[in-house]
Design a protein around this ligand. Structure first.
Ligand code: ATP
Ligand code: PRP
Length: 212
């Protein structure tokens, strides 16, 4: 029997927006993805399986070809580098912005700028392009706390409503990128399994057209 096609889904926020899109694409998991402790799921298509993993792990599975396709936030793809994969569709879900943010009413330091972020590669590249020398401090969440406690002067983080920044006395500053989730395909699957993958891409395209 041929190996099944594996689609890697990001759990958390993106999964909430992915479920209706999967249903509209007529890909139905045989179990509730949000309730089960399983990580790999059968679907109504014998040859399609879904895996549900941490959002930041999706590009790794796709890069190495362990998953043939994936759904991943553009922020995660930018940070990872998205090697060995092709971005085939903007799914227009989990939309937000990647921004720098600073403390309201505090002028920029004349000394060396300290920036906290979980997006260290994106932040390094962004400030480099601005000609700004910075020390980047890696955090895994709750970035807004860093300027309050003097760990950093600025942060690079996701902004949606702006409520988290506001609640912590900060304001959005520079836009780095508009973010949404993307359908990605591993380069090896693109070469070796295109006849199986193309109909799935087409299903997602139709689902998107139906939604808009
Ligand atoms: P993990 O739990 O694996 O550390 P995470 O906390 O970043 O990941 P989520 O909060 O579920 O996971 O976010 C996943 C993705 O959803 C982000 O990479 C981004 O693309 C998008 N996202 C994050 N925050 C928001 C938001 N407030 N509004 C809309 N989309 C968001
Ligand atoms: C994300 C992001 C911001 C917040 C932005 O945090 O890191 O903190 O959402 O959304 P808003 O502009 O609508 O307030 P998340 O809830 O994922 O928590 P985290 O800090 O653990 O990443």
């Amino acid at each position: 029997m041929n190996k099944p096609l594996i689609i890697a889904l990001s759990k958390g926020r993106i999964l909430d927006d992915t479920l209706p899109l999967l249903a509209a694409a007529d890909i139905h998991p045989l179990e509730d993805l949000k309730k089960s402790r399983k990580l790999i799921f059968d679907t109504n298509h014998d040859h399609i399986k879904l895996i549900v993993i941490r959002a930041t792990d999706v590009p790794t599975y796709v890069e190495y070809g362990a998953a043939d396709m994936g759904i991943s936030g553009k922020d995660v793809l930018m940070e990872h580098g998205a090697r060995e994969m092709v971005e085939v569709l903007d799914l227009k879900i989990a939309c937000c912005r990647l921004m720098t943010a600073k403390v309201k009413g505090v002028p920029r330091t004349t000394g060396r700028l300290k920036v906290a972020s979980k997006f260290v590669n994106i932040a390094r590249q962004y400030y480099y392009e601005q000609g700004q020398q910075v020390d980047i401090i890696k955090l895994y969440g709750g970035m807004e706390l860093a300027p309050i406690l003097g760990l950093a002067h600025e942060i690079v983080d996701i902004v949606d409503t702006g409520n988290t920044l506001k609640a912590n006395g900060m304001i959005p500053d520079q836009l780095i990128a508009d973010i949404s989730s993307r359908l990605v395909v591993s380069r090896s699957a693109m070469k070796q399994k295109l006849s199986t993958i193309q109909p799935i891409i087409d299903r997602f395209k139709a689902a998107l057209a139906h939604n808009n």
